[in-house]
Design a protein around this ligand. Sequence first.
Ligand SMILES: Cc1ncc(COP(=O)(O)O)c(C=O)c1O
Length: 382
Amino acid sequence: MKMTRRGFVGTVGLGSVAGLLSSTGLTSKNANAASNYEAEAVYDGGIMQLNQNESARGPGPKTLEAIRSHVTKRLGRGYAPDHVNELRETLADYYGVTTDNVILATGSGPLLVGAARAFCSESKPLVTTGPTYTTAEQTARRIAAPIRSIPVNSSTMGIDLDDMAEAAVGAGMVYFCNPNNPTGTVHSPEAVESFIRRVQRESPNTKMLIDEAYINYVFDEAMQTALPLAMEFENVFITRSFSKAHGMAGLRVGYALGQQQTLAAVSGAWGMGDVNMLSAIAAITAFNDKEHIDWERQENAEIRAIVVAAFNAMGFEVADSHTNHIFVNLGRPAKEFRDACLEHKILVGRDFPPFENTHCRISMGSREEMQKAVEVFRKVLA
Ligand SMILES: Cc1ncc(COP(=O)(O)O)c(C=O)c1O
């Protein structure tokens, strides 16, 4: 079933919607912006997908309009697709770098594969965290590069950056996901900077990939981009994704920022795919629509706060999340919870060792979805 907010209001009337949502706290302080924007609750195949950290709301209205208005016969011409260079220029101008400091990819996934292939090998280990996003680790395993995985701190769920720095000595590359998936935790600009300077000093041949896929969900005081450090050190580069707060997972756009020779090594090691013209115009529009991103960040934060409060009220602890997902200590195997939720047509996150017997990752859906999901969580955890 697919129900839009507009359709839902039309069916049951504004007053009853307000009553229904406020009874769970799922009404919007962000309502003015929300009224301009039709947030869709997407139940794919009847299953609510809270398992992949995609966007429940999809691209903003301006982005959707830009895509629609570019669906013309011009799409017949695309081997030198319109708007792809413009996207690179848009990103470079905004960040105050040159287009040589930007590479595009069909999602940030290929960048992570290329990076591990470029900088790790049988004699050059990958340093990563457990749990974290695993593409770099899977790639290292495929090319038989040793893996040094530093467990997150089991009480704060933060990454132990001192242990990571020690493990980095002699490594080919460090993968540092900030904010981290699945824990949602962030590291402050000061912590990131002192980590990077230490690794640079103690292991000058080690590359450092800072994955900022979720940065648009973070409020400035909690963390900032490592881009200035990437422009200072050839060893440091960052990756970004349009799949999360920009709501464009289905359009496959990601990019890396860093020094030219570092990015050239990444794109030389693995195919980055070709960003197509519809994805490029969508990405330019989404990137420039700062008002929508601000709304999306606020909307996500409000929904997340309500869901976290619901888990806390049930007696479960949630790691301090700055993303569109939460990592909840349910004190039982994630599989047990996942199977129980699936009986109610809700899909939650996979196992994340070493926390598969206690924690589950839950992606944040729309307000409507999370209202329903919280009721199900209460039921299955009772
Ligand atoms: C931390 C992180 N990095 C990268 C990706 C890859 O995303 P995409 O290839 O859609 O840009 C994901 C996807 O979930 C992720 O969580």
